[in-house]
Ligand binder design. Structure first.
Ligand code: FHN
Length: 434
């Protein structure tokens, strides 16, 4: 066992032991209903936005460029997103076919994107813009029927009581002292503001536990606070460990559930909770003007289908600019995905992972007696798939309703694929079963 994984396992064991001491978590009926909604929703918009966007070098710039707090504090006076348009942002998510938005209320730099009363390190007190952006976004989400989650960083590179330090934020220039429980009280107070002042909150997306795996984060106390204030709110924590007691969904980062191409998931195992995978359109989460490594729309539609085929949601990220606008490369891809979903959404929304596990050629999803075969990468006119658990009565292309011939043969079911037009990023065959 490598040193790192040993530490992780010890941390996971210690955290799990702490959580187990508390009474077992009983999700409220509203929470169980919210989990069903979440699994049906399938596709969300992740938004990483903060004062770091002024520099245009991503959300880790403070840590990566060893910027001390005294210098980093020169950024908010330059942050004035006068072109921020909550209605347009929510409208873009809807145009993409996204049913929820997860926006950073506070990222690792500790900067609050709402008018927190807990300190002055926030968009209302520290920027010329002087206004809360989460409030209008929450109002627009309510108006347009989009659910709103807050991404909230445990990790804080600015707060003096985030002490002892973890693996990051070591160049901030803070004193080598602090009271971690006082920091956790501060964090719970900020979460209380978000859960009492912004209407229905669909959930809290935690991140940063990995910075101090061995610390006592009082997670269960915080989770219980969230569930007391809004019982339906779904708690998820991007700790890259198996789910802890009190969590309501499990996320994977830049990997489909069960994969570990990033190396984040050495210790993670797929739990029994609703699943979500998240990724970026380019590579950066926060605005990075130099990051031109954009995934194609084809790749992103495949990602959405593969997530659904793995019984998971897809949370696709944008990093808005410091003026509040969203770069064209993101807008065009989101709208193209929305266009595909307008014809094929039946094979994604409200489905669960299909009876055939993911294959090199594609994935399956299912809803009722319909199995959707997503043919993603298969150039040939015939496709042999395993026999479905129930006999196929008929099959057709989902987009266009063209009948598709299927034959039971030794070893499976032969699907006679239709001629696929150029640019057909995902041929979905809807198979009605007995
Ligand atoms: O450090 C963060 C990163 O900035 C970003 O927020 C991603 C999103 O999942 N999570 C952490 C990296 O694992």
């Amino acid at each position: 066992m490598t040193r790192r994984s040993f530490v992780t396992s010890a941390a996971a064991t210690a955290a799990a032991a702490r959580m187990a001491q508390a009474a077992p978590y009983q999700p409220a009926p509203a929470n169980l209903k919210a989990r069903e909604w979440f699994q049906d929703a399938k596709f969300g918009l992740f938004i990483h936005w903060g004062v770091y966007s002024v520099l245009g070098r991503g959300e880790w710039v403070m840590n990566n460029e060893k910027i001390p707090i005294t210098e980093y504090e020169t950024l908010p006076p330059r942050f004035n997103p006068v072109k921020f348009d909550a209605a347009a942002w929510v409208g873009l998510a809807k145009a993409a076919g996204q049913k929820y938005i997860t926006i950073t209320s506070k990222h690792h730099d500790g900067f609050a994107m709402w008018g927190t009363k807990q300190n002055k390190w926030n968009i209302v007190d520290a920027t010329p813009y002087g206004k809360d952006v989460l409030k209008p976004l929450a109002e627009e989400c309510r108006r347009q029927g989009v659910h709103l989650f807050f991404y909230h960083s445990h990790l804080d590179w600015h707060h003096p009581d985030y002490y002892p330090r973890g693996r990051t934020g070591l160049y901030s220039g803070r004193p080598e002292s602090g009271d971690f429980n006082r920091y956790l009280d501060f964090m719970d107070a900020q979460l209380t503001e978000l859960l009492t002042g912004y209407g229905d909150v669909a959930g809290i997306w935690f991140d940063g536990h990995w910075d101090k795996k061995d610390a006592n984060w009082r997670l269960r106390q915080t989770y219980d606070l969230i569930h007391k204030l809004q019982p339906h709110a779904l708690v998820g924590n991007n700790h890259h460990l198996p789910p802890f007691e009190g969590e309501d969904f499990q996320m994977f980062e830049k990997d489909l559930p069960g994969q570990n191409t990033t190396g984040f998931s050495d210790e993670s195992k797929i739990g029994a909770l609703p699943l979500e995978t998240c990724d970026t359109i380019n590579v950066a989460w926060g605005y990075n003007s130099n990051d031109k490594r954009f995934k194609s729309t084809r790749n992103l539609i495949h990602y959405l289908a593969k997530a659904a085929g793995n019984n998971a949601n897809f949370l696709l990220n944008i990093g808005p600019k410091p003026d509040g606008t969203i770069q064209d490369e993101f807008v065009t891809r989101l709208k193209d995905i929305g266009s595909w979903l307008s014809k094929n959404g039946e094979s994604i929304y409200g489905t669960r992972g299909g009876p055939i596990t993911p294959r090199p050629w594609g994935v399956t999803t299912q809803k009722g007696r319909t199995v959707y075969v997503h043919v993603l990468d298969w150039p040939d006119p015939m496709l042999l798939i395993p026999r479905l658990p129930k006999p196929a009565k008929s099959a057709k292309t989902l987009d266009g309703g063209q009948p598709v011939k299927t034959q039971l043969v030794d070893g499976g079911m032969l699907v006679h694929l239709p001629q696929r037009p150029a640019g057909d990023w995902n041929t979905v065959i809807a198979v009605e079963t007995a």
